[in-house]
Design a binder for this molecule. Structure first.
Ligand code: MG
Length: 241
């Protein structure tokens, strides 16, 4: 992968005349926290309790959908009908309980190094997550001190549509006070990549889970990297832009 060449492709596609990243927009699950394995296990198990097969790959493919949409997706595919409100509520409650019992707060390796380097370089950092966990800010502040505050976060409480709609990333641009060609999105999920690309932003996909690289590239990711460590290694090149 030639990073500069990918920038040329981005400029041609978007019609922007230049690219100078001043803000970095980070997704949370699967990017700042290695939390997807727990979500995957919890969903798969909760679905198995109602006789629906929903494998971990499907969880990764659908990351970012609401609980309701996720349940309906699986029901439509396998039972050829939508779920009732009662079924949705029970399955989602079951999933949440399983998740709570098994999940651990695992920071993504090299995320802290990346955030610290960007901060030191004077770049703006914005969190863009579909998550609505109230404990989010305090948890983030513990894991990544001095990086995040309400002023540089977009969560499910702020948005109307959420990913894959570009809305949350457009809001993040506004918070950072930059144009689409002055930002980089860092995402791990196909729907998140869709949102970043839809907002006209250069989008780096980190394939930190079990997806195929094509699952992310096909949504328009400008670059697909295997890990946060690879992004860290790429930072000198990015910061030269
Ligand atoms: Mg994610």
């Amino acid at each position: 992968m030639d990073f500069r060449q990918e920038i040329d492709v981005y400029l041609k596609k978007t019609g922007f005349g230049s690219f100078s990243p001043k803000a970095f927009l980070f997704d949370m699950d699967g990017v700042l926290y290695d939390s997807m394995p727990f979500h995957a296990k919890a969903w798969t198990e909760a679905f198995s309790h109602v006789g629906v097969l929903f494998d971990e790959y499907s969880v990764y493919k659908n990351e970012g959908r609401t609980g309701k949409t996720t349940v309906n997706e699986a029901f439509t595919a396998q039972l050829h009908r939508e779920a009732t409100d009662d079924e949705i509520q029970r399955i989602y409650a079951d999933k949440a309980a399983i998740f709570m019992s098994i999940s651990k707060t695992n920071p993504m390796p090299f995320a802290k190094e990346v955030l610290t380097a960007l901060q030191a370089a004077g770049k703006k950092i914005v969190l863009v997550t579909g998550s609505g966990q109230k404990s989010l800010i305090s948890k983030l502040n513990e894991t990544y001190p001095t990086i995040f505050s309400p002023e540089n976060m977009v969560t499910s409480f702020d948005v109307k549509y959420g990913k894959p709609n570009p809305e949350p990333y457009l809001m993040a641009l506004q918070k950072a006070g930059v144009q689409p060609n002055e930002a980089i999105v860092i995402e791990n999920a196909p729907l998140g990549v869709q949102a970043g690309v839809g907002a006209g932003i250069f989008t780096i996909a980190l394939n930190t889970g079990i997806l195929r690289d094509e699952d992310l590239a096909n949504e328009g990711a400008n670059v697909v990297l295997p890990s946060m460590k690879d992004l860290y290694n790429l930072l000198p090149t990015i910061l030269e832009l």
